[in-house]
Design a protein around this ligand. Sequence first.
Ligand code: NDP
Length: 308
Amino acid sequence: MEQTKCLIIGSGPAGFTAAIYASRANLAPIVYEGIEPGGQLTTTTDIENFPGYPEGIKGSEMMADLKRQAQRFGADVRFGVVTNVDFDSRPFVATIDGEKQVQADSIIIATGASAKYLGLGSEMKYRGQGVSACATCDGFFYRKQDVAVVGGGDTACEEATYLASICKQVYLIVRKPFLRASKAMQERVFSTPNIKVMFEYNTVEVLGDEDGVTGALLRHSSGEETTIDISGFFLAIGHHPNTELFRGKIDLDEEGYIKVVPGTSKTNIEGVFAAGDVKDPHYRQAITAAGSGCIAALDCERYLLSKK
Ligand code: NDP
């Protein structure tokens, strides 16, 4: 069976940053890219808030650069999905695509999280063309325009408030007759004049043309339908961490995020580390994911040294 000192699962900013550091520490890491090589950033357009890119950069380009940088130092980046892990055996054993097995002295989990979408065909059609699940990333492109945010939790309220500071009108589409967000967040929303909260509305379709989103068709719980004119449609209905593979094998919190020792990447299993959105329900930024990938590689290197 193939062996490695360090196996990295996932290829977003966390996985590739971990790979850069681990390869520079002579750990010769193997990286399995997973179902979505490059991670969530490959589904956004321009990234303008990652330090070092004053003109911004396309998400897919940045991920290609990070991959090349990791490979330059010897990281073995492979197309493939880890379909099983055995954390009980030492070395650990990972199964790739249900077939091949790799033994690993240490594992860095960087499988990320995925934004939830409503599941509408039109929403998929305009993804990256007005439909976004990240106001912090994409809001700037809708300056002085009208946009909608779907959701009634803290994220939706935070994103609506953020968008209200740069956009003309923000519609907050809430399926219930109340917001689930904290009181403080609700007060901010209600006291922002250019946020219109639309309670008990669901989205029937996102409307658009060849240039992208132009509106949304909404249906009230009474059955009444209405159309809003918008150029940006933001989903804020939650994220789910990509931890199905690890359920029952590693400590997860109630929402499924991997638990780590605060300030580190250490999980409850010695030799298994977590980085990026898979352990971070709060910040979820490319730069924070990259930083935590660095932390994971350093923790991993120290762990391997301690076992020598
Ligand atoms: P939440 O799960 O708290 O809220 C999701 C919202 O989306 C709910 O209002 C939910 O509606 C709605 N929703 C879910 N599915 C659909 C759907 N299919 N159609 C329409 N609406 C839908 O997720 P958040 O991302 O807001 O927050 C996650 C966690 O992070 C929370 O614990 C939150 O408190 C925390 N957080 C804290 C922040 C802060 O303190 N600054 C900022 C951001 C997040 P319904 O209520 O009907 O279920």
